[in-house]
Unconditional design. Structure first.
Ligand code: AHG
Ligand code: MN
Ligand code: MN
Length: 335
């Protein structure tokens, strides 16, 4: 008889094993999982209710906000605001961070950075999307949170995770003690441990990049893509190309099967597209905890110091041997 370990039980077990994992952090993780179930419900019926398509506004990124972006953003914020364990949030959907009044007098010590709905362009065509989050301890002592609270390097993350709303809905997270994956069982409404102690394969046969940008990439990136195309049975090349357009889905596949995902700088976007604070840092923490590698082509993502909430960084992330090979060619052909 296989024992089913539901997420709340797992969180408590870990809290008992590691002193730095506090009860407020456990509560915050549970708040996130509850909101993820609510967002999942809307994602799953999106085609039946008026939640597809554009919300008719643009966000700080200048991108059209999808109704589900807005719904997910508001859902998570409501959970943090009422949960009492979070002092503030930085969201992709807001230009500045939000501070929550300590109306319960709980003196919350944690803050969240979040991409409430990742892969928005895929919502209307029924392709996997996700949610990405990081949890930090606040640096400010009390009162309203400060900009410095949200501009900590990724090495300071207390926890990070993602939800992937795909063929099944999974929550994958780390608190610095490995990576564990939970699959939502809709019949009982619980995330159940399905992928204990995830370790990314050292290498793989799949590379994931937007090939449409090939001509815009620097020489070293082009050389790496050419390397992926070369025939060499000894190193399982040519690799297969898979690109979903949802960072969460492309990285989740790499985590499970092995592979590399990269969103490099281009002539049009010299810092790339993906945001350091609420996309690259959480995914880098998770992949490194699973034995993978995550850099900007040279430096560890989690060691980069954010200057702004919406800083973009180039990212190469996944199986360590593949990321190292990409870095070797990128550095070798640096102008
Ligand atoms: P978001 O929907 O939160 O803006 O993120 C979309 C990101 C990321 O999920 C994905 O990897 C990337 O955009 C795809 O960008 P391109 O369409 O430029 O390839
Ligand atoms: Mn995103
Ligand atoms: Mn998003």
């Amino acid at each position: 008889m296989i024992k089913v370990t539901a997420l709340p039980e797992f969180i408590i077990q870990r809290e008992e094993e590691h002193t730095e994992l506090t009860a407020p952090l456990s509560t915050l993780l549970r708040d996130i999982s509850l909101s993820a179930k609510i967002v999942n419900r809307e994602v799953n019926k999106a085609g039946l209710v008026d939640i597809l398509g554009s919300a008719g506004t643009t966000n700080v990124q200048g991108e059209m906000v999808q109704k589900l972006d807005k719904f997910a953003n508001e859902r998570f914020i409501a959970a943090f605001q009422t949960g009492g364990e979070c002092c503030g949030i930085a969201s992709e959907e807001y230009e500045d961070f939000l501070c929550f009044e300590d109306h319960l007098g709980m003196h919350p010590k944690y803050l969240v950075t979040m991409d409430p709905l990742d892969g928005s362009s895929n919502i209307d065509v029924n392709v996997s999307v996700g949610t990405i989050f990081s949890i930090y301890s606040r640096l400010s002592e009390s009162g309203l949170c400060t900009p410095e609270d949200f501009l900590q390097p990724g090495t300071e993350q207390v926890a990070a995770g993602y939800v992937i709303y795909g063929s099944s809905t999974m929550l994958v997270y780390t608190t610095g003690h490995g990576v564990n994956g939970f699959t939502l069982d809709p019949s009982i409404g619980e995330f159940c441990l399905s992928h204990p102690d995830i370790k990314i394969p050292k290498t793989g046969k799949i590379y994931s990049v937007n090939q449409g940008n090939y001509d815009l990439f620097e020489e070293g990136v082009k050389r790496y893509i050419d390397y992926c195309h070369e025939s060499d049975p000894e190193t399982n090349r040519p690799y297969s190309h898979r690109y979903i357009g949802s960072m969460v889905a492309d990285i989740h596949r790499s985590l499970i099967k092995g592979g590399i995902f990269f969103y490099p700088a281009t002539k049009v976007s010299p810092r790339g597209k993906l945001r350091l604070v609420y996309e690259c840092n959480p995914m880098a923490f998770i992949v490194e905890q699973a034995g993978g590698r995550a850099t900007d082509g040279k430096n560890r993502i989690v060691e980069l110091k954010p200057n702004g909430l919406h800083d973009r960084v180039p990212i190469f992330i996944g199986s360590p041997d593949m990321v190292l090979k990409a870095e070797e060619l990128v550095q070798k052909h640096k102008p």
